[in-house]
Design a protein around this ligand. Structure first.
Ligand code: NDP
Length: 294
C-alpha cells in the first residue's frame, strides 16, 4: 500500500484525513497526519486510526495533502519541508489557494522532483465527513490520473485545467456562493421590512426560479434560526472573493457585480468578525436595513 500524509487537521482536514486513514486500513497502507497544534493530530490518531508524526516525517509520504487557510501557510510548510522532501512525492494542495501561488509552488517543488496539484474541494464540512467532496484539480492530465485513486474523501473529481485552474474555479464558485447569499439576504430584508413572513417567502422562492443553495439551505438552517453555526469562517469567504477578483483582474474580465459583492463580504468580515460563520455576513446587511432576517 502507499503512504499518505495529511497536513492541517482543521474543520475540513480532520474529516478528510479520516477517509485516508480508513482507506489505508483497508488497503495495507499508512496514513500519516500532522497539525500545527499537535493535540489535534494525537486526537486524530486516536479517533481515526492515523499516525501522528513530526512535520519532517510527513516527507516520507508518496502523496502529501495540505489543507491550510491560505496559500501563504502552504508556502511556509513547503519552505519548512523542502530539506526533507523526496523525488517522486505528489503534493496535493486542498487549500482554497491562489492560482499565482500554485504556479510558483509547482516550480519550487519541481526543482525537488516533487509534483504539485492544486486540488481545492467543495461540499463543506458535511461533505468532508461523508466523503462526498467535489475535488477540482489543476495540473497535467497524467499526474491527475495518477493522484485521483488516492482522493478517498471525494465523491466527484474533475480536472479543470492546468496548474492554478483548480484554485481559480474554486474562487469563482465561492464568489457565486457570496453573490447568492448576499442577494437573497437583500431580497429577504426588503420583504421583511414590507411585513411579509419570510418562511412563506422562502417556500415560494425555493419552488421558483429565484432559488439557490443560500435560499434552500443556508438561510433557513443558519440565518432564520439565528444559529449561524461556524463551519466555514467569514474570513475565509472574504479571502476567496478576493482571489476571485484577482482572477477577474488577471483575465482582464469585466465583472462589476462580483467586485461589489467582494467589497461587501470584506466589510462584513471587518464588522461582524472573520471567525464568525460565513452566513453571518448577513448581520451587516441586517444593520444596513434595520431589519433582522428571521
Ligand atoms: P480551519 O481554520 O478550520 O483549519 C485551518 C487549519 O490550518 C488548522 O489545522 C490550523 O492548525 C492550520 N494552520 C493555520 N495556520 C497555520 C500555519 N501558519 N502553519 C501550519 N498550520 C496552520 O479551516 P478550514 O478547514 O475551514 O479551511 C481550510 C481550507 O479549506 C481553507 O482554504 C478554506 O477556504 C477551505 N475550505 C473550507 C470549507 C469549509 O466548509 N470550512 C469548504 C471548502 C474549502 P491549528 O489547529 O494549529 O490552528
Amino acid at each position: 500500500g502507499i503512504t499518505t500524509a495529511f497536513l492541517g487537521l482543521g474543520a475540513m482536514g480532520f474529516p478528510m484525513a479520516a477517509h485516508l486513514a480508513a482507506q489505508a486500513a483497508s488497503g495495507g497502507g499508512r496514513a500519516l497526519v500532522w497539525n500545527r497544534t499537535e493535540a489535534k493530530a494525537q486526537d486524530h490518531a486516536a479517533r481515526a486510526g492515523s499516525e501522528a508524526v513530526s512535520l519532517a516525517d510527513t516527507a516520507q509520504a508518496d502523496v502529501l495533502f495540505t489543507c491550510l487557510p491560505t496559500s501563504a501557510e502552504v508556502d511556509e510548510i513547503i519552505a519548512a519541508l523542502s530539506p526533507h522532501l523526496r523525488p517522486g512525492t505528489v503534493w496535493v494542495d486542498c487549500t482554497s489557494g491562489h492560482p499565482d501561488a500554485a504556479r510558483r509552488q509547482r516550480e519550487t517543488l519541481d526543482a525537488l522532483g516533487v509534483k504539485f496539484l492544486d486540488a481545492p474541494v467543495s461540499g463543506g464540512t458535511s461533505g468532508a465527513e461523508a466523503g462526498t467532496l467535489t475535488v477540482m484539480l489543476g495540473g497535467p492530465a497524467d499526474e491527475i490520473d495518477a493522484a485521483s485513486p488516492h482522493l478517498a474523501f471525494a465523491g466527484k473529481v474533475v480536472r479543470v485545467g492546468e496548474t492554478g485552474a483548480g484554485f481559480a474555479v474554486k474562487a469563482v464558485n465561492n464568489m457565486l456562493l457570496a453573490v447568492n447569499l448576499w442577494a437573497a439576504g437583500e431580497g429577504l430584508a426588503a420583504l421583511g421590512r414590507s411585513g411579509v413572513d419570510l418562511g412563506a417567502a422562502l417556500s415560494v422562492i425555493n419552488a421558483s426560479s429565484g432559488r439557490s443553495n443560500a435560499s434552500e439551505n443556508l438561510i433557513p438552517q443558519r440565518v432564520l434560526t439565528r444559529e449561524f453555526p461556524v463551519t466555514f469562517a467569514l474570513g475565509l469567504l472574504a479571502k476567496d472573493t478576493g482571489i476571485a477578483l484577482d482572477v477577474v483582474q488577471s483575465a482582464k474580465a469585466s465583472a462589476p457585480t462580483l467586485a461589489q459583492v467582494a467589497g461587501l463580504i470584506r466589510a462584513a468580515a471587518h464588522v461582524v468578525g472573520p471567525q464568525e460563520d460565513h452566513t453571518a455576513a448577513l448581520k451587516l446587511l441586517e444593520q444596513m436595513n434595520a431589519q433582522e432576517i428571521r
